[in-house]
Design a protein around this ligand. Structure first.
Ligand code: ATP
Ligand code: LTN
Length: 326
């Protein structure tokens, strides 16, 4: 079975956009591939973090993914910082990666502008990401467009090391999801719904309560017409709500247009709110339960046991080839 690996950054509250665009993809992968999912907590500290908040974010992220349907029986789930081989391998790979190659990474160039006095980890972070992937002989790495360059780097590193020291690493491929609508901001539907958005009114967070969800949807920006018609260019607000509706139901865009052809925006919006609420409330119930019991710890313990065995073997063979032994 082909292997897939997903790294999740524990940064902030997830949105309906993340659920529709990313989490649901993972739910598909768990049916098709041997799947590894880990929290990239060591990546998170490349920018300043409050330790208490970081710890909370790690738990919360795991609880959300599990609550959304990530099945611990079908996925190997672990915490990056607990598996020491990621950093060990990363060090060796850093020494084999040209400095200039890292300086050219688009995300590094962006982030260094935003973080005065940034640490060296911000530059070397893609090598740690390469280690995350190469340790497990991964076939596919599902990533958004912003991370594609980092997967290409992991490929380059793997090819270079294989050429120099013999076949050690599998060369991974990025898996860019083709389908899946981009969900837009509710206040400014020409923008993407984003967890770092400045205006929370435009964003449905997965942990928003029923009243807030309804309020945000009922006041979502639309247009001066009354027709529920999918036309992203001229009617971005209504088209976005149709996109959310079709993503969370089994109705197609055509079905939705037909269903609401005689309705006004108010009743359409109210149904969109219902659908979101019916999707998110059961997720929230599972989420709060997971935070209360020790299931997450058991899952992480098991994930650590499995991944450290695999990773140790890869690390030992790399070390040996490089000459790091007695
Ligand atoms: P940030 O505000 O920190 O950039 P974000 O909420 O925009 O975060 P990302 O971390 O960039 O989200 O993306 C995480 C995953 O969620 C990616 O796979 C991305 O494609 C998906 N995603 C994010 N926002 C949306 C959205 N509005 N619609 C569909 N998919 C989305
Ligand atoms: N850099 C990624 C998170 C990440 C990752 C990985 C993703 C770290 N290691 C390995 C895939 C494979 C991000 O910021 N989303």
């Amino acid at each position: 079975m082909k292997k897939v690996l997903t790294g999740l950054q524990p940064s902030g509250e997830l949105t309906l956009g993340n659920y529709i665009g990313a989490i649901r993809q993972i739910l598909k992968y768990q049916e098709e591939y041997e799947s590894f999912i880990f929290v990239a907590d060591m990546h998170a500290i490349t920018v300043p973090q409050d330790p208490i908040k970081l710890r909370e974010n790690i738990r919360s992220l795991l609880a959300i993914y599990l609550a959304c349907g990530v099945d611990p029986k079908k996925n190997t789930i672990f915490l990056q910082s607990e598996n020491v081989y990621h950093a060990n391998v990363s060090w060796i790979l850093e020494c084999l990666t040209p400095y200039g190659e890292l300086g050219r990474m688009t995300q590094f160039k962006d982030k260094k502008e935003k973080n005065a006095n940034f640490g060296a980890g911000l530059l070397t972070y893609p090598v740690l990401m390469a280690s995350d992937i190469l340790l497990y002989d991964i076939d596919y790495v599902p990533v958004g467009r912003d991370q594609k360059q980092h997967v290409e780097l992991a490929r380059n590193i793997a090819e270079r090391v294989n050429k120099k020291y013999g076949d050690i690493f599998k060369v991974p491929e990025p898996l860019i999801p083709t389908e899946g609508a981009k969900i837009a901001d509710l206040v400014d539907p020409t923008k993407k719904m984003s967890k770092s958005s400045e205006n929370p009114k435009g964003v449905i967070y997965l942990l928003d309560d029923e009243r807030i969800i309804r309020k945000k949807i009922m006041s979502a920006t639309t247009d001066s017409e009354t027709r529920v018609v999918f036309d992203p260019e001229n009617k971005p607000g209504i088209s976005n709500l149709i996109n959310i509706y079709t993503s969370l139901s089994n109705l197609s865009i055509k079905d939705i247009e037909e269903k609401y052809k005689d309705s006004n925006y108010g009743s359409f919006k109210s149904d969109v709110a219902d659908i979101i609420i019916n999707t998110l409330i059961p997720i929230q119930e599972r989420y709060y339960k997971l935070l209360e019991n020790n299931e997450i710890d058991k899952i992480l313990d098991e994930g650590l046991k499995k991944t450290s065995t695999i990773a140790k073997e890869k690390y030992e063979s790399l070390k040996e080839k490089v000459g790091l032994h007695r």
